[in-house]
Design a protein around this ligand. Sequence first.
Ligand SMILES: *Cc1c(COP(=O)(O)O)cnc(C)c1O
Length: 354
Amino acid sequence: MRAAMAAADVDDDVRGVDPTAHRFQAEMAALMGKEAALFVPSGTMGNLISVLVHCDVRGSEAILGDNSHIHLYENGGISTIGGVHPRAVRNNPDGTMDVDEIVAAIRHPDLHCPTTRLICLENTHGNSGGRCLSVEYTDKIGEIARSHGLKLHIDGARIFNASVALGVPVDRLVKAADSVSVCLSKGLGAPIGSVIVGSKVFIDKAKILRKTLGGGMRQVGVLCAAAHVAVRDTVGKLADDHRKAKSLADGLNKIGQFAVDSATVQTNMVFLDIVDSRISSDKLCQVLKKHNVLANPSSFTSVRLVLHYQISDNDVQYALTCFEKAVEELLLGGTRLESLVDGTTENLMGTSQI
Ligand SMILES: *Cc1c(COP(=O)(O)O)cnc(C)c1O
């Protein structure tokens, strides 16, 4: 990937003449089954641009999941920057929204109400543990969108994980969507960037917005060369990430203080529930970090773990031993801490060296 970046043939992409960017975008459009594609600096910008292109009249409303990335983690950009009103519909634990709740959220023309113009899905759904939305569900929502004159955007930051896990070609999976934002720099391993795909008209408008938002970049071929390698070489490794995630989940389930709902482990994410009230997710992650295992608390009692292709089977085994060690350390260390608070350090019973 670094060699491809160094060798990339580049020119000014703000003027639209970077050959490597052109080649990569054409490749992504073809792969995703859309007319055109545009490289953008981040998934957040990809989603923002997509929503703004579809909702180009102030007072537009976008229907999205109340547990979706766009709604929770993108600084409310669609409203603060775009003037788009979010209509949050309840996300089920599997990342879907109920079809009848989506239909009920679609506005009818009314002087008092914004105008619904867009439905957003997220696949895989991050906060649901990286679970996949099926092609049938996606098609159904696409049908609803079309029949109401709405557009469908998919936040497909991890759409390749969904495609691989479902065994559905990615272009088929997103067929019903008017636009898709795809992350290149998470599990696929490029250094920077996302790509958005859609019709030629959509991408022409997106290009203007990208420039407005400061996302037009000159010799961007350096990044597109890396992204090309990421898509070419890493998509084929995702199934392995999914297998390793399952083996991590199985191993964690054998540790008494933890529980993972294996049904939720469909792709490269594992959400771990801590079932021992003496262990907090924060402390657990701190101890793991000392052993070079990086994980994020997702609540006070749960931890989010993500696999990628550079994490080997041995690494998974190593991580599992670190979880065991961390439990030991926290349970014994907890006693020590409380004893110190009590001033009864003599109760340590020889555990202080752990
Ligand atoms: C990471 C992510 C984004 C945002 O991507 P950034 O590149 O971090 O801005 C959007 N949606 C989902 C589902 C993501 O996981």
